[in-house]
Structures are given as structure tokens and as C-alpha cells.
Design a protein around this ligand. Structure first.
Ligand code: DON
Length: 597
């Protein structure tokens, strides 16, 4: 039986199963499914222009449910879950497990992330923090060599790179508490994809080959991703993952215990013992998800809701928006030198604060309210010159550089009940530590590198971080992941998020600003050229697409520019307007998909 048929069979089975199980958990369904305000609005707006043919970039439009993600098969798994009666949380969880199979560079079981959920019936939002934690044996200086310098190989490509994984606990927690289908139902498509195999796509082929040298250094990763003769799978060939199917089946049968204790946990700890890794059975058994209040801020009538610490994302998105709110951005014009300058200056101030104040709130006091306070933003705004770049050294002491890197993945989901999910999760680097746990089909994260291994110096994303983010047992490393939902008139209007380490914050910021301030449709908002400044290094990065006049003016203002050398972020977004769902996957990377119906 080919893959697609098996998947379809699984999904039709799910549809039968769902009919039997939806009664058990009706809390997050709506009683009058076709009578939702959105559905009614959709009917009445059918005659109005839904898309505008004057625009160069058009979103994908759907009416009832949508999943936008970095990989087609996984997005379609989520959409099928919606079609057979699941809600947005079921679809998000199914997509998360499916991405672990179809998108191994960032989809994962042994990583971590943040899921932001809008619950329509209760009209509230909640944030599930399933970030990895430092093992009990972790120490502040564990990545320093004899000279006191950071040993980058140990920090990013060893068994000690891994934090205790949170993904399985996080996805299962979300499903159990807010989903309406069963665990077996949301895991079935991922198991089928792993067992039956998937047809190698261009993007999979491209990504594996891009990281082949590092993957081949680990015997188990080489066995997973390459053929027995060591060559890469070709486009169109079938790639099967029986070990991963086994791991997923353990989770399906036993829930979180199927991962955090028992045979899977044993394989993880055996691998740790084989090569100096720190994660023990007690670390795995002790992992717990934290449900937190998201960070919120108002921007000209829009409510922006995003990740709280231990991510820095929400705090700084809100902080930067509050600084920018004091300017007439429309008069400057989107993409003008003045616009880019004011964004860059606001970002410098926020990223400087990040270096000092942000860390795991269960270990350090993070002044979220003070940082997101409008009066603080007004004081910060006074430090910005409208005509000249302020050198970063004058904003705060610091130094250093670093290459931005690698991967994470974000997807957005909306269902016909009005629930919305924005989920970002990661192994940190593309393929994490590039080390696979024998017999499980899983790669390990290298999230320990997100701590300040040596406070005051830059990490792999060039981010300078302070003592607030130093390594401590049980602590969560500071993140930039920013799954974000924007409300308009109290209702979900936009869901978005991005990979990109330090550029996640600037990417999400510009995407929502393009939509809120410049009224761009979500595809245009994603396509517009992006800029990025993170205080240190003191360099303004511009994607290709800014005009030569803008570039010249920015140089004249004193900015050091890095033009066209890289792209910034990769959003997967949904806009909800007048009962319609508008989806856009970023064109900056191949393989993304909008699945809607
Ligand atoms: O949590 C963080 O901020 C990083 N570990 C995310 C890594 C990332 O986005 C890499 N992707 N491009």
C-alpha cells in the first residue's frame, strides 16, 4: 500500500473514531458548529472581494480550518484532524508529532518549545511552556575549557549539549487538557508516516545534503538519514523510520510515561552514559510542563499576545511596539530609510535589555511589567535620534559577533470553533546536536547552548547574555521563540511565529507591524523585505529588496550595513477576517504549506 493510501485510510479511521470520542471531551467544541459568528459572517460576506487582485502576493483562503507549517505532509495531517472533528489543539499536536517524522531538521520529540492557544469558548489565551531544562548535573562552567573559553563543540555537538526534552510532555499536556480527540488519534498519522515511509521531497533532500557531513559523524544519525551504503536518499525515493514509529507507538500507548520512563527513557539514558551525557532517568522522570500567562501589550487598538519568559520574545516584541507607537510610521512609509532607522534604534534598546534582564523566571526575577511598561517605552524613545544611528556601545557596554544559524519551526492553526494555536518548537540548531539516540529514531537537541555558557560573551546567534541566563540545574535556557496571536476588537485576527534564533523577535515584529500599521494582507506582510538589529554586533542587517536610495540614506545616518547576505526568519501565519482564514507560508525557504478547507 502506498503512503498516501495508508494515510487516507488512517484518517478515515480517525473520522470513525472521532465520532465515538467527541462526547467525552466536549468542553472545547462549540454546540452550534455551523452557527458560529465566523460561519455566519462568511455566508454574508461571500459577495465581497475576499482577495484583492491589485496585490502582488495573495494568501491561500479557506473557510473552516487551516494549518500553515514548514512541511506539506505534516500540515495536511493537521488539516485532516480538523476535518474529522478535531479542534485546533488536536491539529497542532498531530502536526507537531507529524513534523517529528517529516521535518527532522526541526520537528522533534527530543526538543522543546512554546504553544500559545486562544480558547474561543472561554475567550482566553494560555501559554504552554515545554522548553527543555538543564539536567541536575549541569554546572555553570560546564562548557568552558582550561583557558576559560567556551568549547563550542562540546556546547553544540556533544551529548552534554542536550537539555531534558520537553516536546512530548508539552504536546501531550496540550492535547489532554484542551484537545477533544484521543491521544491515539492524534498520534496515528505520525506513526503511519514513520512506518510506511514518505516520498523524499526536494526540500528534505536539500536539507539532509546540506548537513550531511555533520550527520555522518554520528553512526546512528548516519544510519537514520542515509542508505546502508552511506548515500543520501534521492528525491522520489521512499524513506522509512521504523525506530521512530516504535517510539511514537510507545507514546501513543503509554502517554508521557512512554517517553519519560520505560524503554524509550532507557535508550536515552544508555546513550547518555555511553558518551558523557548528563541526562539521567531522574531528570527525565522529573520533567514538567509549565502553563503560564502570556505577555500582552496594546498597539493602536490591537492586542498583541506572545511568549513570556523563559522566552524573551513576547517581552521585546511588546517593548519595541510600544517605542514605535510614538512615531508616525505611516508618514515615514514602510521600508523607507526613516522607518528602518526607527525600527533598528528601537531594537537595539530592547536587545540590550535582553542581555541583562532576561532568563528563566523560576530562577531569576524578570521585570516583565517594567520592560513592557508604556512609560518606560516613552523614556527609551527619547534616547533615539531621528536622524543618526546611536552606536551600540553608547547604549550599553558589550562586544562581539557571531553567525546566526540554523533551525526551529513554527506553525499556526485555526479551527471552525474559533480556537487558534501558534506553536514554535525546536532542536535549536538544524538537526540539533546531530546525535541520534540508538533505536529511537530521534535526534537530540542542543538547547544547552542557549544558556550563557560564559556570561557577557556572545552565543551562536551573536546574542550577548548575562548572569540571568547562566547555567543552573533544572533551569530553562532563555529563548527567543515567539508564537504570537494578535487580537482585533477582542477576537483573534492574526497568528504567526518564526524560526531564526535572535531574528525571531524582529521577524515576528515586522510581520505583525506590516499587517497592523500598513494594512498588508498576510502574504504581502510575509514577503516584504526584513531588517534586523540586535544591538550587538552593531550592524544593521537588510535582506535583499530594499531600494538603493534607502540603503544610501541609512549609511548616511551612520548605520553599519550588512546587505543581502541572508534572509531573516520564516513565518507561517494565519489571518482571520470576516469569517475567512488567510494563510501564508514564507517564500524564504522551500517546502512550506498552507492546508485549509
Ligand atoms: O530558543 C531559541 O531562541 C533558539 N533555540 C531557537 C533556535 C532557532 O530558531 C534556530 N532557527 N533558525
Amino acid at each position: 500500500m502506498n503512503n498516501l493510501r495508508l494515510l487516507l485510510l488512517t484518517l478515515s479511521l480517525l473520522s470513525v473514531l472521532s465520532a465515538c470520542t467527541t462526547n467525552a471531551k466536549t468542553q472545547y467544541t462549540q454546540s452550534a458548529k455551523t452557527e458560529t459568528p465566523e460561519a455566519k459572517a462568511a455566508q454574508s460576506h461571500i459577495q465581497t472581494p475576499i482577495i484583492n487582485y491589485k496585490e502582488r502576493f495573495l494568501p491561500v483562503v479557506a473557510q473552516h480550518g487551516m494549518v500553515v507549517g514548514a512541511e506539506k505532509l505534516a500540515a495536511e495531517v493537521g488539516m485532516e484532524i480538523l476535518r474529522v472533528g478535531g479542534n485546533a489543539v488536536d491539529a497542532a499536536v498531530a502536526t507537531g508529532f507529524a513534523l517529528a517524522v517529516t521535518y527532522p531538521r526541526a520537528g522533534n520529540l527530543a526538543g522543546g518549545g512554546f504553544m500559545l492557544i486562544h480558547l474561543a469558548e472561554e475567550n482566553r489565551q494560555t501559554l504552554i511552556d515545554y522548553r527543555e531544562i538543564a539536567p541536575a548535573a549541569a554546572t555553570r562552567d560546564m562548557f568552558l575549557d582550561e583557558e576559560g573559553n567556551v568549547d563550542k563543540m562540546r556546547e553544540y555537538f556533544s551529548l552534554t549539549s542536550s537539555g531534558v526534552p520537553g516536546t512530548v510532555a508539552g504536546l501531550l499536556y496540550a492535547q489532554e487538557k484542551y484537545g477533544i480527540l484521543s491521544r491515539a488519534q492524534v498520534l496515528a498519522p505520525a506513526i503511519a508516516l514513520a512506518e510506511d515511509g514518505l516520498i523524499v521531497s526536494f526540500s528534505h533532500y536539500y536539507e539532509i545534503n546540506a548537513r550531511a557531513d555533520q550527520l555522518r559523524k554520528n553512526a546512528e544519525a548516519a544510519r537514520l538519514f542515509f542508505k546502508p551504503d552511506g548515500s543520501a536518499y534521492e528525491i522520489g525515493e521512499t524513506w522509512r523510520q521504523p525506530d521512530l514509529a516504535w517510539t511514537l507507538s510507545e507514546i501513543s500507548k503509554r502517554g508521557a510515561d512512554g517517553f519519560y520512563s520505560g524503554a524509550v527513557a532507557q535508550r536515552i539514558t544508555d546513550e547518555m552514559k555511553s558518551g558523557g551525557g548528563l541526562i539521567t532517568a531522574a531528570d527525565l522522570a522529573g520533567y514538567s510542563v509549565v502553563e503560564r500567562q502570556p505577555v500582552r501589550g496594546m498597539y493602536k487598538g490591537f492586542e498583541v499576545i506572545s511568549t513570556p519568559p523563559p522566552s524573551s520574545g513576547g517581552v521585546h516584541i511588546v517593548q519595541i511596539l510600544s517605542i514605535l507607537e510614538g512615531y508616525d510610521l505611516q508618514a515615514m512609509g514602510q521600508g523607507s530609510a526613516s522607518y528602518v532607522h526607527h525600527l533598528a534604534e528601537s531594537m537595539k534598546l530592547a536587545y540590550a535589555d535582553r542581555s541583562q534582564y532576561l532568563g528563566d523566571p523560576d530562577y531569576v526575577n524578570v521585570p516583565v511589567a517594567a520592560l513592557t511598561d508604556k512609560a518606560y517605552a516613552a523614556r527609551q524613545r527619547k534616547r533615539i535620534s531621528s536622524s543618526a544611528a546611536t552606536p551600540s556601545v553608547e547604549i550599553a557596554p558589550g562586544k562581539l559577533v557571531g553567525d546566526e544559524s540554523t533551525d526551529t519551526t513554527h506553525y499556526s492553526v485555526a479551527d471552525r470553533f474559533g480556537n487558534v494555536v501558534a506553536n514554535t518548537y525546536t532542536l535549536n540548531f538544524s538537526f540539533g546536536s546531530h546525535i541520534a539516540v540508538p533505536g529511537t529514531g530521534m535526534l537530540l537537541n542542543n538547547e544547552m547552548g542557549d544558556f550563557a555558557s560564559k556570561p557577557g560573551t556572545a552565543n551562536a546567534y551573536g546574542l550577548v547574555q548575562g548572569d540571568a541566563n547562566s547555567i543552573e540545574p533544572g533551569k530553562r535556557p532563555l529563548s527567543s521563540m515567539s508564537p504570537t496571536i494578535v487580537l482585533h476588537e477582542g477576537k483573534p485576527w492574526l497568528a504567526t511565529g518564526s524560526p531564526g534564533g535572535s531574528v525571531i523577535i524582529s521577524t515576528v515584529l515586522q510581520t505583525i507591524l506590516n499587517a497592523m500599521e500598513f494594512d498588508m494582507n498576510i502574504a504581502t506582510a510575509a514577503a516584504a523585505p526584513r531588517m534586523h538589529h540586535q544591538w550587538l554586533p552593531d550592524e544593521l542587517k537588510l535582506e535583499e529588496g530594499f531600494s538603493p536610495d534607502t540603503i544610501k540614506l541609512l549609511r548616511e545616518m551612520g548605520h553599519t550595513l550588512d546587505v543581502g547576505n541572508r534572509t531573516t526568519g520564516r513565518t507561517n501565519s494565519i489571518m482571520l477576517e470576516n469569517g475567512w482564514l488567510y494563510g501564508a507560508t514564507d517564500t524564504r525557504r522551500p517546502g512550506g504549506w498552507v492546508a485549509g478547507y
